[in-house]
Ligand binder design. Structure first.
Ligand SMILES: [Zn+2]
Length: 573
């Protein structure tokens, strides 16, 4: 790149109104006013940063002071036009409101205002970020705006209109500037790349435009940054590498693994993102964007500028795998984490947990989807496409129950949430032999899992803290959500491993237990714990009493998490 490289935002600064992009309404209003010679003494330009307010203020100054004007189309060649373009015009005074906020600064302006312009028609004050002025400075300014000398014109610019006092606003002719559309930004970037003879891939320009969220100046600044490391060809890959962004396809890759319940693959993919320098913050932001795009796509939106992604980049397999409600739940989980991230000790752990939990997304059943499913079933039965057969006979441990009772009892409440569940249900305990799944057998199950290549589940099974047995069914209990979710998502392997070790196929339930200390101990005990550290240990006697007095006390953390493959047996039946 040449040594005298000029930043793109400056190089592309419009020198006449026709070149000002994205603000057609402002431009036509200003042009009309000037050509009809309706010139105000105070203008107020408001709108987001980087959308052309300052450029417009300079253009207006040019239009008013052009030797061939005032004209909507300044010549650009006269002394005044050239001086303004170079920022050297003595009669066009630019003041940064952010650094000249005091009343003294404004007093100086008030004194200067008394002297007429040196060489131009008007003496023009452009005050940027005018909302930064102090109240007394505004008050001092007010008198000047009310009765300015004929040759004085103020042009104020602000990003925060609501902070400009109403008394000032009402004395100005106001113009609101809009964000610039993504398409327009892309076409400006394309022309900037052509000027520099740089090739630029469409998806790379798309990314820059999206990142700059409607600000032309931000887009040009980012473009310069990207151009600086891109050589003669700007590509999305180079951007991804140098700016450490996760990107759409990387997030899609992780989510694909997650949905396939490949926990190890998920963690590895997250790890490789971190090691390539992508921050936790960035991963969360890109994930949120991913789910948002998917949600809009499912809703039928096809415009890339709204989707925030090219249509060809949308992973159809993931879109097909998840319902709209499930995608919404995914987005919500990401946004919740984004809110909590700053309180987290380890953002990385949170992200790993988030994605592991997302493996349950396809199992998520919302009330509305349930109603829909029921409607479909009703229709199916009515039309004969669903055939209802006699319930299968089942071997029971405790005898006297009729077929109908049998059908009604084994399903705990959560199972009813998912009609498909019944078909997959493990057959109940088949024998009256003394089969027992104890804490001691966990080791064997773990090694069976390891042999099956299920390293994560093998580790998780060792996190089981207690096993409860009831009517031949076993409830594995853990207080670790990661283990709970991991095991639940790998239910088939657990069943296989248990069958391999014992030659039996018992009913197994899984339960996530809340941290009992936090829940049950008094405030006083908690403050003792906070003071001394360590943990509160219950004596055997206490434990027994608590258990007996309130059996149903330890419910899963969230009932809706428990509509998975291992619902808890209903205590009351
Ligand atoms: Zn001129």
């Amino acid at each position: 790149m040449a040594a005298s490289y000029e930043v793109t935002a400056t190089r592309k600064r419009p020198q006449d109104f026709d070149r000002l992009v994205g603000q057609e309404f402002v431009v036509s209003t200003l042009e009309n006013a000037i050509s009809e010679n309706r010139i105000a003494h105070a203008y107020l330009f408001s709108g987001p940063r980087g959308v052309g307010k300052t450029s417009s203020a300079r253009l207006l100054a040019k239009a008013l002071n052009c030797e061939k004007g005032p004209t909507a189309h300044p010549c650009g060649t006269c002394d005044s036009c050239r001086a303004i373009a170079q920022g050297k015009a003595v009669d066009v005074i630019e003041i940064d409101g952010a650094s000249n906020t005091s009343v003294n600064d404004i007093r100086a302006i008030k004194e200067e205002v008394m002297y007429p312009p040196q060489s131009s028609r008007y003496k023009i004050y452009i005050i940027d970020e005018v909302h930064m002025l102090s109240t007394s400075a505004f008050n001092a300014l007010l008198k000047t705006i009310e009765e300015p000398p004929e040759y004085i014109i103020f042009i104020f610019a602000t990003t925060e209109l609501q902070k400009v006092p109403a008394t000032i606003r009402s004395r100005c002719q106001q113009f609101r500037f809009n964000l610039i559309s993504q398409d327009l930004i892309i076409s400006c970037l394309r022309s900037a790349a052509e000027d520099l003879s740089i090739e630029a891939d469409e998806d790379a320009l798309f990314w820059i435009a999206k990142e700059s969220t409607g600000s032309m100046r931000d887009a040009y600044t980012l473009f310069d940054q990207v151009a600086a490391f891109s050589g003669n060809h700007i590509t999305l890959d180079k951007i991804r590498e140098k700016l450490s962004i996760a990107g759409f396809s990387a997030i899609a890759g992780i989510i694909r693994k997650t949905l396939m319940k490949d926990s190890a693959g998920t963690i590895e993919a997250i790890s490789s993102l971190f090691s390539s320098g992508v921050s936790a913050d960035r991963i969360i932001k890109d994930s949120a964007e991913f789910f948002r795009t998917l949600m809009l796509y499912k809703a039928g939106i096809k415009r890339p500028d709204i989707l925030g992604s090219a249509l060809s980049d949308i992973p159809d397999d993931i879109a097909a795998m998840l319902s709209e409600e499930q995608i919404e739940a995914g987005l919500k989980a990401v946004l919740d984490l984004y809110r909590d991230l700053r309180y987290s000790l380890s953002p990385r752990f949170e992200i790993e947990l988030l994605f592991l939990r997302m493996s349950a997304l396809p199992d998520l059943v919302t009330p509305s989807s349930l109603v829909r499913k029921l409607e479909e079933m009703k229709k199916g039965v009515a039309e004969g496409s669903i055939v209802v057969s006699e319930p299968k006979a089942r071997v029971r441990i405790e005898a006297p129950k009729t077929e109908t009772e049998e059908k009604a009892t084994p399903a705990p409440p959560e199972v009813k949430d998912d009609p498909e569940e019944e078909e997959e249900e493990t057959p109940p305990f088949q024998s009256e032999e003394a089969f027992s799944l104890t804490m001691d057998s966990l080791g064997e199950i773990a090694s069976a899992l390891l042999k099956m290549g299920k390293a994560a589940s093998s580790r998780f099974i060792m996190s089981i803290e207690r096993i409860e047995e009831k009517d031949g069914a076993f409830t594995l209990i853990t207080s670790k959500p990661l283990a709970y979710n991991g095991l639940r998502n790998d239910s088939k392997s657990i069943e296989k491993a248990v069958a391999a070790v014992f030659g039996e196929n018992p009913r197994i339930f899984l339960r996530l237990e809340e941290n009992r200390e936090e829940e049950e101990f008094s405030e006083q005990m908690k403050s003792l714990k906070a003071f001394f550290g360590g943990s509160i240990i219950r004596t055997k006697k206490e434990e027994k009493e608590t258990k007996e007095s309130n059996v149903s006390q330890y419910k899963p953390v969230r009932a809706d998490e428990d509509n998975g493959l291992y619902p808890e047996p209903d205590e009351d039946d």
